[in-house]
Design a protein around this ligand. Structure first.
Ligand code: HEC
Ligand SMILES: [Cu+2]
Length: 371
């Protein structure tokens, strides 16, 4: 005689499954290139909001695809095991449930079964480890052809990107930029990770796996982007101080021709402001020792010796300022110069004097002219 399974039990079971499925679907939907949340009021300059939520499940490079494939493979294996185990469990519950007037069968163990269900998961995990090791070796194998090298230099709280293979004719100066890594499509980008101070983390989920930048140690990784476009989701992933969350960068993938033009342009010295223009006054203010700029910044062909802050030779054409947190507009630049510690409290840009409005306006004119 069979007792019907209580309908309340089915309701509970259905609810648990529905919540689980909705949760997983929601997570996948949320991470697959959907627009990010917008921030509320954030004076005086709103941090730039990424247009998308970064996701490892939307790969745009060979290496990120290998990592995503590994994820789906392990996810598949886990799903099969889940369905099998839950299936057997359900079947057992229904088939062997207690029936009225029946004595439950007492079993004191089954050595063969116990060995089997210990060995099987162990073997599966060894297999998963093998797959993982294979992917780890693949994504880090040094490139032998068609590659360029970039030194990603981390410091509190921004990234500098140096291209040691691309120098001026006399070899004196290599291309260097900040907060936006520009790379050619379908080329292996060998990244050497350096840190000037504490440990930082380098990660754009769509393009490569996470890797640390460790002071005094050269970490190396690579990625081969196959889609032209800008990936905004660069984010420092090791807590490195007050402004860790605002230590961001974008990766801009361009065509080979665009990349060459960009490199050539980066190698030209800074443009000279026209005589009598506001930009000329700005250049004078930049060079004035009491304003401090030249102690921390360089404008190649313009002046300055400092290496504490980003190279400003072509700052006018950069999309972002201050570690990718504000867009490069005259208003944001003016706010930054008026008080870097308000826009990014704890930043290493500490001005020796407060700049007056006229000086700020001429500095903005100068810096924005540095295209
Ligand atoms: C004590 C060193 C220091 C001084 C002095 C200094 N800066 Fe900076 N500057 C920095 C640092 C460090 C950053 C990067 C801050 C960050 O993103 O966390 C920066 C960022 C900038 C940026 C944004 C560039 C980019 O690509 O993100 C501009 C523009 C700038 N400084 C202009 C100036 C000007 C103009 C002066 C002089 C009035 C000046 N700085 C004085 C250290 C300094
Ligand atoms: Cu950091």
């Amino acid at each position: 005689m069979k007792a019907p399974v209580s309908s309340r039990w089915w309701l509970f079971f259905g609810l648990v499954v529905a919540i689980g499925v909705a949760g997983i679907a929601g997570l996948v939907w949320f991470t697959m290139g959907k627009p990010g949340p917008t921030l509320g009021a954030c004076p005086p300059a709103c941090p730039y909001t990424f247009p998308n939520v970064p996701s490892t499940l939307a790969p745009e490079s060979t290496e990120a695809s290998q990592i995503a494939d590994l994820f789906w493979l392990i996810f598949g294996i886990a799903t099969v095991i889940f369905v099998l185990v839950e299936g057997v469990l359900l079947w057992t519950v229904l088939k062997f449930k207690n029936r009225p007037a029946e004595q439950a069968l007492q079993i004191h163990g089954n050595t063969k079964l116990e060995i089997a269900w210990t060995a099987a998961p162990a073997l599966i995990l060894v297999g998963v480890m093998g797959l993982t090791f294979r992917t780890m070796v693949d994504v880090r194998a040094p490139a032998s052809s068609n590659y360029i090298t970039v030194n990603a230099v981390a410091q509190q709280f921004w990234w500098a990107f140096k291209y040691p293979e691309f120098t001026t004719a006399d070899g004196a100066r290599a291309v260097v930029t900040a907060s936006e890594l520009v790379v050619p499509v379908d080329t292996v980008i060998e990244v050497r990770l350096e840190s000037k101070d504490v440990e930082h983390g380098f990660w754009v989920p769509e393009l490569f796996g996470k890797m640390d930048a460790i002071p005094g140690y050269l970490n190396q990784m690579k990625f081969t982007p196959h889609t032209v476009g800008t990936f905004y989701a660069g984010q420092c992933t090791q807590y490195c101080g007050t402004q860790h969350a605002q230590m961001r960068f974008a990766v801009k993938v361009v065509t080979q021709a665009e990349f060459e033009a960009w490199i050539q342009h980066q190698l030209t010295p800074a443009v000279e402001p026209a005589a009598g223009s506001p930009a000329e006054a700005g250049k004078a203010a930049f060079l004035e020792a009491k304003n401090g700029c030249i102690a921390c910044h360089v404008v190649e062909g313009g002046g300055g010796v400092g290496l504490v802050g980003p190279n400003l030779t072509h700052v006018g054409e950069r999309r972002f300022l201050a570690g990718g947190i504000i867009e490069n507009t005259p208003e944001n630049l003016a706010r930054w110069l008026a008080s870097p510690q308000t826009v990014k409290p704890g930043s290493k840009m500490v001005l020796p004097t407060k700049l007056d409005d006229a000086t700020i306006q001429s500095l903005v004119a100068y810096l924005e002219s540095l295209k």
